[in-house]
Design a protein around this ligand. Structure first.
Ligand code: B4P
Length: 190
């Protein structure tokens, strides 16, 4: 199984590159952001709770996202592998993911981290906010809050994978196809 974690701050291009990686490697895409937005669209109680937090730019509780991922792993038992996009976002989520995969005799092959500076992130998200309809993209204060959440709670997850020699840094600024080629170069050596 080829299991990849696509990592980076909000707006780094995780969703964008995931779409291309799925086509190239026939992996199942698991985006916790997409799963949460789908719960919101369906008006579930989980979605309504998550919406309050997402609209403020803060993370949803670990047990909620871990439960969603666990369900998706169970529902895709024959997958060739998974792209985890926007997950894990805390060290507790990373530990839970290792345990979930180990229980299926599998593991993460590598974490690919897209590096993008804060000014470019804010520019991209405000641009996307013009037509995404996402409340968390529309307000510069919420965008900055998301970046602070990333720096305090999510950035330490990189150390978790560095300790396992599974961390790969990729320049996330430039043409989408160039960044995709850099990702493939790393993946093909895993
Ligand atoms: P997510 O849905 O994961 O979204 P994201 O981090 O905002 O975006 P991404 O990095 O995927 O950016 P994209 O490719 O779209 O999270 C939203 C919220 O959900 C979080 O704030 C949190 O509240 C909650 N949540 C999700 N997962 C969670 C978890 N595990 N635990 C707790 N809470 C969780 O790119 C952004 C824009 O840049 C696009 O418009 C794109 O076109 C553009 N772009 C991409 N690549 C580019 C390039 N090379 N050059 C120029 N523009 C580019």
């Amino acid at each position: 199984m080829l299991n990849l974690v696509l990592f980076g701050p909000p707006g780094a291009g995780k969703g964008t590159q995931s779409q291309k990686l799925i086509d190239q490697y026939q992996l199942i895409h698991l985006s916790t952001g997409d799963l949460l937005r789908s719960e919101i669209a369906q008006g579930t109680s989980l979605g309504m709770e998550a919406k309050k937090l997402m609209d403020q730019g803060v993370l949803v509780p670990d047990d909620v996202v871990i439960g969603m991922i666990s369900n998706k792993l169970d529902a895709n038992k024959d997958a060739k592998g998974f792209i985890f996009d926007g997950f894990p976002r805390t060290v507790a989520q990373a530990e839970a993911l290792d345990q979930l995969l180990a229980s299926k005799n599998s593991a993460i092959a590598g974490m690919l981290a897209l590096e993008v500076n804060d000014d470019e992130l804010e520019r991209r998200l405000l641009l996307r906010g013009k037509d995404s309809g996402r409340p968390d993209d529309a307000n510069p204060e919420v965008i900055r809050k998301r970046i602070v959440e990333y720096n305090t709670k999510t950035a330490p997850v990189a150390n978790f994978y560095k300790a396992q020699q599974k961390f790969y840094s990729i320049d996330g600024i430039g043409a989408i196809d160039e960044i995709f080629a850099s990702l493939c170069l790393v993946i093909n050596q895993l």
